[in-house]
Design a binder for this molecule. Sequence first.
Ligand SMILES: C[S@@+](CC[C@H](N)C(=O)[O-])C[C@H]1O[C@@H](n2cnc3c(N)ncnc32)[C@H](O)[C@@H]1O
Length: 222
Amino acid sequence: MSQPIWDAVDAFAEGLLIGPDPVLDEAARNNSLAGLPPIAVTPSQGRLLNLLARIHGTRRILEVGTLGGYSTIWLARALPADGRLVTLELDPGYAAVAERNVAAAGLAALVEIRVGPAIDSLAALAAERPEPFDLAFIDADKANTPVYFEAALELCRPGGVIVADNVVRGGTLADPDTDDASAIGNRRLHELLAAEPRVEATTIQTVGAKGYDGFTLALIRA
Ligand SMILES: C[S@@+](CC[C@H](N)C(=O)[O-])C[C@H]1O[C@@H](n2cnc3c(N)ncnc32)[C@H](O)[C@@H]1O
């Protein structure tokens, strides 16, 4: 079993469980027209993030890796009217597309996009001593996922949740000899999680329209 059947299953499930969503479909179209790479979460994954945020009663979300704001919209839709989502993006062009998509989704009042290297943005954010976040979604350059995880751990409240995407990457997570910087980052994330008494975590392998990959879900002990 491989990509065609994974595509078909995603299409079947998304057709029945998610259906057309003019705002998100338009955001995906805008991303494509603007030449952004096709690396946003799928609708099924976006719905998962949205459900997770709602199950968790999330009011404040930190996102690392905005691209065109597709996952941002899924997440921000889970917020109450006084909620807040801060999302970090390196590329000013991508951030401009995201800003337009978020505004078109009617979510501009809830979302703040910060442009620059996420390491710098996270340091600046920490210096502001913000109200703690309830949920962090890490989906940027995978080599730095461990750095982003450590920053998110400090910025989230006890009981908060951290999700890191694309941690399996075709199984490279399990390769101790890999020289791929992303795989090394993901392996380091797992070593950090194993040594970190403040969190309990699990990694789930997935297949779907984005191939064979997976995500890590970590709960910060209350
Ligand atoms: C996988 S995409 C994010 C997809 C988005 N979360 C979604 O699902 O719609 C990764 C993003 O991280 C951004 N990125 C890469 N390196 C970065 C860095 N050092 N700091 C901030 N963002 C970075 C990329 O420009 C890209 O837009």
